[in-house]
Unconditional design. Structure first.
Length: 355
């Protein structure tokens, strides 16, 4: 049986290269287009009603950031790509949310794919594909749905804080990438809290019965995060190593710092991945220890009752000539012997620290 995700990927099978098909699950009813047009002394922020309004920003002297929300509107994206002279394969990658993070250099622009990761209000891990097209004086960004981690960058643009208003489109690209990576740190902090919560539950007197499923769920989440973050190291490192005409030397310095942050996130992912695996091992060890404790108690009980059962079995035999049967106090003496054996064995087990 095919899943919904598989069927969407299958729609691209057999199509010619460069065919723009949306592969994803976050279809939006309306197309949302936000524009920030600015320089050091000027800022114009607006929401566009249609994609054609964005065509006027291509050759302006100011820096323009056009943010497109709604990758399922492939016709509108194709119109924007045609006006900005984007290669059809680039448009195909933009609408393919299964695309691995990467960077490509073209003659007039740089194309980049990243993954935005965040936890929703129910603490479910969410992925969103985001693509960037950076030209000499413009930056196009394409998102699956409304909502992102760029509010801090928008505030800096509105309030003319920091360096973003004084630099070019390459610095804006860096600022947006930095916002994504900074959110990775928040993500890892939340993952760390989840791991600590599971660890406390694991060593509690009455652990959650669904603990093994929660650990498996956390393991899947960290693997998804790892697949999204690890390729970003190559992307940022590639920008630093390759001589890109659209990236100034000044911005390169910030990108090197960004690379250090990505490495830190990657190391955190590896550490938390090991912690989750150790949680799995500890859970299995705890189950085994509890089973051993149960078996130990049952074994001690069985050991205590073996001699008592032996005595009861002897005097339960139906022979006429059993000397003790005629003894007046035989019943009470037998009870005393059995209780004595019971207490002696308890003392022995306590001394051996088996109880």
């Amino acid at each position: 049986m095919k899943t919904g995700n598989t069927s969407k990927v299958a729609r691209k099978t057999g199509l010619a290269p460069g065919t723009v098909v949306y592969v994803g699950k976050k279809a939006t009813k309306d197309l949302f287009i936000d524009v920030f047009d600015y320089n050091k002394d000027y800022l114009d922020e607006k929401k566009l009603k249609n994609i054609e309004e964005a065509f006027t920003y291509e050759n302006k002297e100011t820096i323009t950031w056009i943010n497109v929300n709604g990758l399922n509107h492939v016709k509108e994206i194709e119109k924007l790509g045609k006006d900005f002279e984007l290669h059809p394969l680039i448009l195909e990658d933009i609408t393919n949310t299964q695309q691995r993070p990467k960077m490509e250099e073209h003659e007039e622009y740089i194309f980049m794919v990243l993954k935005m990761l965040y936890f929703d209000k129910d603490q479910n891990l969410k992925f969103e594909n985001i693509s960037f097209i950076q030209g000499s004086n413009y930056l196009l960004s394409f998102q699956e749905a409304d909502g992102d981690v760029f509010d801090a960058v928008r505030d800096r643009l509105r309030n003319s804080k920091g360096r973003v208003r004084s630099n070019g489109a390459d610095y804006l690209l860096y600022a947006l990438m930095d916002a994504i990576v900074d959110n990775y740190f928040n993500l890892m902090e939340t993952m760390g809290d989840k791991i600590e919560e599971l660890e406390e539950n694991l060593f509690s007197e009455k652990p959650n019965k669904d603990l093994i499923h929660e650990i498996h769920g956390l393991k899947r989440e960290i693997l998804k995060i790892r697949r999204a973050v690890y390729p970003l190291r190559e992307v940022v490192n590639q920008i630093d190593k390759v001589d890109l005409s659209l990236i100034t030397e000044k911005t390169q310095l910030y990108l090197r710092d960004l690379y250090d942050h990505v490495i830190q996130v990657s190391e955190s992912i590896d550490i938390q991945r090991e912690l989750i695996w150790s949680l799995m091992d500890m859970h299995m060890t705890t189950i085994s220890n509890r089973m051993n404790e149960v078996m130990k108690v049952l074994t001690i009980m069985a050991t205590i009752f073996i001699p008592l059962t032996f005595i009861a079995g002897i005097y339960g035999m139906n022979f006429e000539n059993i000397p003790e049967l005629k003894f007046k106090y035989g019943y009470f003496v037998l009870w005393g012997v059995m209780i004595g054996i019971f207490l002696a064995m308890l003392y022995y087990f306590k001394r051996k620290e088996w109880l």
